[in-house]
Design a protein around this ligand. Structure first.
Ligand code: NAD
Length: 486
């Protein structure tokens, strides 16, 4: 029985609650911590604290000082690197090697990156002619938006929370962050780091809880929240958008995907296999960018399916701490039920199960975890649920294509439009196909290679707006144009 308690952080203080929920380790179902759920009153307190901080010391702090504080948050994360890794793997079960290489370093880097960018970003200036010949000068000034609600998912908990928090703070806003109820750990450590760094009270507030009828809903419905930034399911985005519409609040949404991997006959076969193993099975398929639809040219289709099967079956599902671990469990039993239902539906719809489809057998306490087998289907129509709906698990459907035209039509026949991976050695084809795809991000001969300056986001059901570099800074600031008659 754990004695660990994750508290809320409001107005510079760690605050408990009279309602708690369990933070469960998906590796073996053990209890990681008890989490204090923030009620309506706490949401209110956090909003008031954030508004006061905007009017106080934080609102007056020079940009350069603000940026120094952000860099100290990055230093603080690195100083407690192992604690962050432990918290992330306890909440998600992801292999320790992944948390060490991706989640925690990127969590720190987000603060450094946006601290540097905020110091160099410029605004527009236009000189204009006037009938009297004296002219006028326009220049824009950038101001914080105010109090921002940051709502994050569970798949890359620290990385995605800080990806929003860092630019919001860099632009001088105050933030109320709500991590996913599944993964409160690293956000709680981050609150400790921010407390130690000494951000003025109320600038950063952390509230734990659920979505509907809980903290998330209370937060998004609060009239003094000036903007909402959310990463999560498309259906949740739709709910939040309805609420935001009441006060015409700006929203930034990174939502679901049903991403395609496309393998042409001229691709470097080994690289395409290697890349597709990563793009389908990374983080147990729980990355919004993962490929769940794989389209392979008919001339190499059979060979590709056989090789991907071998590679999927060779993936090692191990305790996160194990050096060999390549695949962790799904986030929860509830999510596993959903993913297994998607597998069952694919079979009902006539799919051919190439490998996986079930739950791995363990003789130790992993029996109580949410493990699942890496899974491949073939033979389904383009209208099948497995090809249409996001599963968010370690699964793909592979189908063949004959022509580029057919391929582009199939890939674009989706309600989602987040990302695609294209594998080809033909540079002309790479350019030609990439720009025809209705997605926000295309990778050619790679996957998940991120330059933080580039626009990131999706179209259709996959999101609203772009994050990354200047795009993030634009969302988290308001421009006022000042026109001076000379
Ligand atoms: P989710 O929508 O269930 O929850 C995300 C967050 O929203 C959680 O903190 C949750 O408590 C909160 N929430 C839920 N309902 C709410 C409501 N009505 N009001 C306010 N807050 C509410 O998503 P999830 O299951 O945590 O994450 C998985 C999903 O996120 C997948 O669909 C995945 O594709 C998507 N995702 C997208 C990106 C991207 O960049 N496009 C990145 C990661 C994950």
């Amino acid at each position: 029985m754990t004695s660990k308690i994750y508290k809320n952080y409001i107005a510079g203080e760690f605050i408990s609650s009279d309602r708690f929920f369990d933070d469960i380790n998906p590796v073996d179902g053990s209890l990681v911590a008890r989490v204090a759920e923030a009620d309506k009153l706490m949401v209110e307190k956090a909003v008031v604290a954030a508004k006061m901080a905007l009017k106080g010391e934080w609102g007056k702090l020079p940009l350069v000082e603000r940026c120094k504080l952000l860099r100290r948050i990055a230093d603080g994360i690195e100083a407690r690197f192992d604690d962050f890794v432990d918290a992330e793997i306890a909440d998600t079960g992801k292999p320790q090697s992944h948390a060490r290489a991706i989640d925690i370093p990127r969590g720190a880097e987000n603060f450094r990156f946006f601290s540097d960018l905020a110091r160099t970003v410029s605004t527009e200036c236009f000189e204009m002619d006037t009938p009297d010949g004296s002219g006028a000068l326009n220049y824009a000034v950038r101001k914080p938006m105010g109090v921002i609600a940051v709502i994050a998912p569970w798949n890359l908990p620290l990385l995605l929370l800080t990806w929003k928090l860092a630019p919001a703070l860099a632009m001088g806003n105050c933030v109320i962050a709500k991590p996913s109820e599944e993964t409160p750990g690293t956000a709680s450590l981050l609150a400790e780091v921010i407390h130690e760094v000494g951000l003025p009270s109320g600038v950063f507030n952390l509230l734990h809880g659920f979505g509907p009828d809980s903290t998330g809903e209370y937060l998004t419905k609060h009239e003094d929240i000036d903007a909402i930034t959310f990463t999560g399911e498309s259906a949740t985005g739709s709910e939040i958008m309805k609420v935001a519409a009441n006060d015409v609040k700006p929203v930034s949404f990174e939502l679901g995907g049903k991403n395609a991997a496309i393998v042409f006959d001229d691709a470097d076969f080994d690289a395409a296999i290697e890349g597709t193993v990563r793009s389908v099975f990374s983080n147990c398929g729980q990355v919004c960018l993962c490929s769940e639809r794989v389209y392979v040219h008919e001339s190499i289709y059979e060979k590709f399916v056989s090789e991907l099967k071998i590679r999927a079956e060779a993936l090692i599902e191990n305790w996160p701490e194990g050096q060999s671990a390549e695949l962790g469990p799904l986030i929860s039993q509830e999510h596993r039920i959903k993913v297994l239902a998607c597998f069952a539906r694919a079979l009902e719809e006539g799919g051919n199960l190439v490998t996986g489809g079930g739950v791995p057998e363990f003789t130790d306490s992993r029996k109580k975890g949410s493990w699942i087998q890496p899974t491949i289907f073939t033979g389904l129509s383009e209208e099948a649920d497995m090809v249409k709906q996001e599963v968010f698990g370690p699964v793909c459907h592979i189908s063949s294509f004959a022509s580029e035209k057919e391929l582009v039509e199939k890939v674009n026949n989706s309600k989602y439009g987040l990302a695609a991976a294209v594998w080809t050695k033909d540079i002309k084809r790479a350019h030609r196909v990439s720009r025809q795809l209705e997605v926000g991000v295309v990778w050619v001969n790679t996957w998940f290679l991120r330059d933080l300056r580039t626009p990131f986001g999706g179209i259709k059901l996959s999101g609203v707006g772009r994050e990354g570099g200047l795009h993030s800074l634009e969302f988290y600031s308001e421009l006022t144009n000042i026109c001076i008659k000379l």
